[in-house]
Structure formats: structure tokens, C-alpha cells
Design a protein around this ligand. Structure first.
Ligand code: RAM
Length: 537
């Protein structure tokens, strides 16, 4: 190699090195090796080829989800046999939600030669409304570029092409935007779908109610689509690893695909990319090289990381990973406890002020939830300590958890009426006894104007709380009414946001940018399979 080339190569390598180093946490000296361990269990994706199964048209229907449904128009033959100029706007249905890449080719239909480029717009949609709501002028809060419309200009026909961008969809609208005098049609239109979910999940008992069976199927597909080289939050958007999503995906994975290496990869990746104080970033990205979304910390998510590690250990018995990552657990607890006042109340004003997720509802009380979640995480982290022989390091945690719970009862519990603020987290942390919890849940469920959750993530914890206080029938009804509600509205995969009373709810100011295949919504898989006595008979 010439010297000049060598120099360029070396400086490029240095840049990559510096970038990688700066992304890794300087707090944990093991972070470089954690990153390597994470890369070592990066899953190999499997690919399957799919063709559109039918043609459909959008029908405006006030009774359909978001006002639109698809009408079956039969075979897709005309795309392959007739001039596209005769059918300048066609929608095809691939029959299921897919994530991956579109490949196509165009052919001439006559003896003519192509004398000009053709221009085609492809719009990919997870739900019908994405094809029927104008994207521009774009009113949303997140990048317009997440919306999946791609224009391709093809300089000649015949031609083979692929859309470079990875997409997630079920419906594809094809619009001809520019053509010359010659006639052409598709020769090929196929989709390369990818996932890292491999193992076939176990079948449900034959006694399972058909709606619950369907909910399980939709949950499995949701999870499968989100299982890529990390647990993604949504394969359409944001396509990255978030701690809260990882925790719930790993729970569902343990009861279905059992790809524990993916969980291990994500736990190491998050740990390696903690900030320089050892606090985890709530979200990290894999490309161009693994890096965190700098400055994005959700303290509730950090505490859930500890619980995710405990669950991983219980599921796999893999002490090596748990011991490796133990310092991360300790640090998340230390960082969270810093935010407490002397009388053990989570101080919302204490700097730095953290983003707390919990739910997509604005009027949701995050302070009381944080109080409950901290106690919950302290106790789960102590359980982990015991499994790892680290009780000494964690000896104060049970006492602190007790103090946090005591303070919570004093501040947030209305003993007379038997209700408490953020009761889900008060139940999960055992701030309330099972009996008190059941009373509080029953009271709130019967209050028509109680603040109800805004997304499946929050509903997951409501389900856990109901089960914890023995309210099995209520848990079953919630599963069938909430997740079943999505199924009854036509969901192929579970949505990021679902309010039965508002189909157009969006935390981002524009519902087409919501993710309609979202990790944190897949947990019926976990409930249905973990509790067969409740959900499979
Ligand atoms: C959204 C993501 C993800 C969630 C975070 C807090 O943007 O889609 O699911 O964990 O926010």
C-alpha cells in the first residue's frame, strides 16, 4: 500500500476509534469489553420472501379504525400484465406485517424502447389511515422522514431495483408520477422480510378462547417484528433499543421465542454506553457504530434495567453476565437515591430533573409512580444481590425500600377511601398489601372519571398489579377488552398508542407517525403463556 493511502487509512481508523471510545462509558472500566460481548451475540437475521396477496382499495368508513378500511379487489395480476399507465394508483396488501426491503423489476409491454425515465412513488403503511392522511404540510413533532413514502426515478425500462430504506408495513400504495409513451408493467414485486426471532413458540392449550388465541398471535407477530439485531421499540419508528421496551420484550421473549442471547446483547450494549457518571442512557442506537442518544436519561427506565437483569438471570441462570453487570445495577440505585429528599420522597424539583416515562398521559402523577418504582426496583435489585452473593454491598436497600414505602403511604394514601395515587406502582412495590391493593383497584375501576392509562406500556403494569392482588377475572377482562379491542379494530400487530376513545391520539401531534407495531405492546404473550390457568381455559 502506498504511504499516502496508509495515512488516510490510519486516520480513518483513528476517527472510528475515537468515536467508539467516546461513545463508551468512562465510568465503567469494563465498558469496552461489554461492547465486545454485546457484538459477539449480535444475532444473525433470517430472511423470507413475500409477495403481495391481493389488491385492495381504501374505503372511508366512520365505523372503522381511524375512519378507513380496506376493500378486497382480488388478484394483483393487472400490475404484471397491464400497463401501469392504465392503473396509476394501486394498493397491494401483503397479508401480514413485514419488516425489510422491497425488490422489484419493470418490463416493457410492447416492442417500444424506453425513451425517458419513469417516476414511481411507493408508500408503505402499517394501517390503512397512513395511505389516506396527507403527510404534507407535516404537522408532527418527530422527523417527517419517518413516514414511509419513497419516490424512485428509474432511468430505463427494463430495470431491476430495490428501495434502499428498510420499511415496515402491510399495505403498499404504488403511484405512477411520471412516464413517457411506452407501456410497462411490473415483472417482479417481492419483499425480503427479516427478523431474529427463530424458535417456534409453544402452542396454547386447546381450551383457549378464540379471542385470546388471536391476541397471542398478534402479540407474537409484534414481538417477532421488533426482534432485529436489538430489541427495537418499533420497526417503523424509532428502530432502536429503549430500556423500557427491552424489559417488556425480554419478558415476552422468555415465554415465546426464547432468544436469550438477544436479551444478553441488549443488556451489555446499554451498559457499555452508560454516561460518564454510570447512569444508563434510556436509548441507544447501533449504527454507524453503537452510540447512545446523548443526554436522554429516563430514571424510571434506569431502575427497570436492574429488574430486566434479574429476570434474565432467573430465566437463564447465566451468573457470568449478571456478575459482570452488577456494578451497573448498583450505580442505577445510587443515582436514583440521590433524587430523594431527607424524608424519602422523590423530589421532582431536584436537579438534574429527569424525564420519567411511565405513560404517554400528561396528567399522570409521575412522582408517586417513581416512589413506587424505586421501592420495587430496590427490592428486585436486592433479590439479584442475594442470587449473586452481593448482599453486603446491598445491605441498606431493604431498609431504604421500607422507608420509601412508609413515606409513600404517609403522603399518597387516602386510607379512608382506600385509594392511593399511582396505585399500580404502589401495589407492585408492596407499598399496599394485596388486600389494600385489590380494594384500591376495584374502587378506581368503578370510577368513570379516573385517569386511565394512555398506552399499552402503562396497561402492562396495570395487568401485573391486578394479578399481584389476585384479581384474575379483572385481568382477563382487561386483556380481552384492551388488547382485544385492538384486535377487533383490525390490528395485525399491537399499536404504540391505543385509547379506545380516541383513535387519533398521538404523542407526536400526528397519528400517522405513531408506530403500529410496537414492542411495549406485545406483553399479552407473556401473560397468556405465564398464566395458562387464567388465560388458556
Ligand atoms: C418512544 C419510543 C419508545 C419509548 C420511548 C420513551 O419514542 O417509541 O417505545 O420507550 O418513547
Amino acid at each position: 500500500m502506498k504511504r499516502a493511502h496508509m495515512k488516510i487509512l490510519l486516520s480513518l481508523l483513528c476517527c472510528v476509534g475515537v468515536f467508539t471510545l467516546s461513545a463508551q462509558s468512562r465510568y465503567f472500566k469494563e465498558s469496552a469489553s461489554w461492547l465486545q460481548k454485546s457484538e459477539a451475540c449480535k444475532p444473525v437475521l433470517t430472511y423470507t420472501e413475500h409477495k403481495p396477496v391481493k389488491r385492495v382499495t381504501s374505503i372511508k368508513d366512520a365505523s372503522a379504525y381511524q375512519g378507513w378500511r380496506m376493500r378486497d379487489e382480488g388478484s394483483t395480476d393487472l400490475l404484471f400484465n397491464e400497463s401501469l399507465k392504465k392503473h396509476p394508483s394501486v394498493i397491494v396488501d401483503f397479508g401480514e406485517h413485514l419488516t425489510g426491503y422491497l425488490d422489484f423489476s419493470l418490463k416493457l409491454l410492447s416492442q417500444q424502447v424506453s425513451d425517458a425515465p419513469v417516476r414511481i412513488k411507493f408508500t408503505f403503511a402499517e394501517v390503512p389511515s397512513e395511505l389516506n392522511t396527507p403527510f404534507d404540510p407535516y404537522p408532527g413533532g418527530l422527523s417527517r422522514a419517518w413516514l414511509q413514502d419513497e419516490v424512485m426515478t428509474l432511468m430505463t425500462v427494463p430495470i431491476e431495483a430495490s428501495i434502499p430504506r428498510r420499511v415496515s408495513f402491510r399495505y403498499l400504495k404504488i403511484e405512477l408520477l411520471g412516464a413517457s409513451s411506452f407501456d410497462f408493467a411490473f415483472d417482479k414485486l417481492t419483499f425480503r422480510a427479516q427478523t431474529s426471532a427463530k424458535t417456534a413458540p409453544l402452542p396454547l392449550a386447546s381450551t383457549t378462547d378464540p379471542l385470546i388465541r388471536k391476541i397471542n398471535e398478534v402479540g407474537l407477530l409484534t414481538l417477532k417484528e421488533c426482534m432485529q439485531t436489538v430489541y427495537e421499540d418499533g420497526p417503523k419508528r424509532d428502530r432502536r433499543l429503549w430500556i423500557g421496551d427491552l424489559y417488556l420484550e425480554a419478558l415476552a421473549n422468555a415465554w415465546s421465542y426464547k432468544n436469550h442471547d438477544l436479551t444478553k446483547r441488549c443488556l451489555y450494549l446499554l451498559a457499555a454506553l452508560a454516561n460518564d457518571e454510570g447512569l444508563l442512557h434510556a436509548t441507544v442506537l447501533e449504527t454507524p457504530t453503537p452510540h447512545p442518544q446523548n443526554g436522554t436519561h429516563c430514571l424510571d427506565y434506569s431502575l427497570l434495567y436492574n429488574v430486566a437483569l434479574l429476570e434474565y438471570l432467573k430465566e437463564t441462570g447465566d451468573k457470568e453476565v449478571a456478575l459482570d453487570l452488577w456494578p451497573v445495577v448498583v450505580r442505577q440505585i445510587e443515582m436514583a437515591l440521590r433524587q430523594y429528599s431527607d424524608d424519602w420522597i422523590y423530589d421532582m424539583q431536584k436537579k438534574p430533573i429527569y424525564w420519567l416515562v411511565f405513560d404517554w398521559k400528561d396528567n399522570y402523577d409521575r412522582q408517586a409512580s417513581m416512589q413506587g418504582l424505586t421501592a420495587f426496583s430496590l427490592e428486585k435489585s436486592y433479590e439479584l444481590a442475594k442470587m449473586l452473593g452481593k448482599e453486603k454491598e446491598a445491605r441498606d436497600w431493604p431498609r431504604i425500600a421500607g422507608q420509601i414505602k412508609k413515606a409513600a403511604r404517609k403522603t399518597f394514601y387516602d386510607q379512608k377511601n382506600g385509594v392511593i395515587v399511582s396505585q399500580v406502582w404502589m401495589i407492585l412495590s408492596e407499598t399496599l398489601t394485596a388486600k389494600e391493593g385489590a380494594k384500591a383497584m376495584a374502587t378506581v375501576l368503578s370510577m368513570p372519571d379516573a385517569c386511565y392509562p394512555g398506552c399499552p406500556y402503562a396497561y402492562h403494569y396495570v395487568m401485573e398489579a391486578l394479578l399481584k392482588c389476585g384479581m384474575r377475572q379483572e385481568a382477563r377482562s382487561l386483556l380481552t377488552s384492551y388488547w382485544g379491542g385492538m384486535v377487533n379494530k383490525g390490528a395485525d400487530t399491537f399499536w404504540e398508542v391505543y385509547d379506545p376513545n380516541n383513535d387519533e391520539l398521538s404523542p407526536y401531534g400526528f397519528f400517522p407517525i405513531n408506530s403500529y407495531c410496537h414492542a411495549w405492546s406485545c406483553t399479552p404473550v407473556y401473560f397468556i403463556n405465564k398464566y395458562p390457568e387464567i388465560f388458556q381455559r
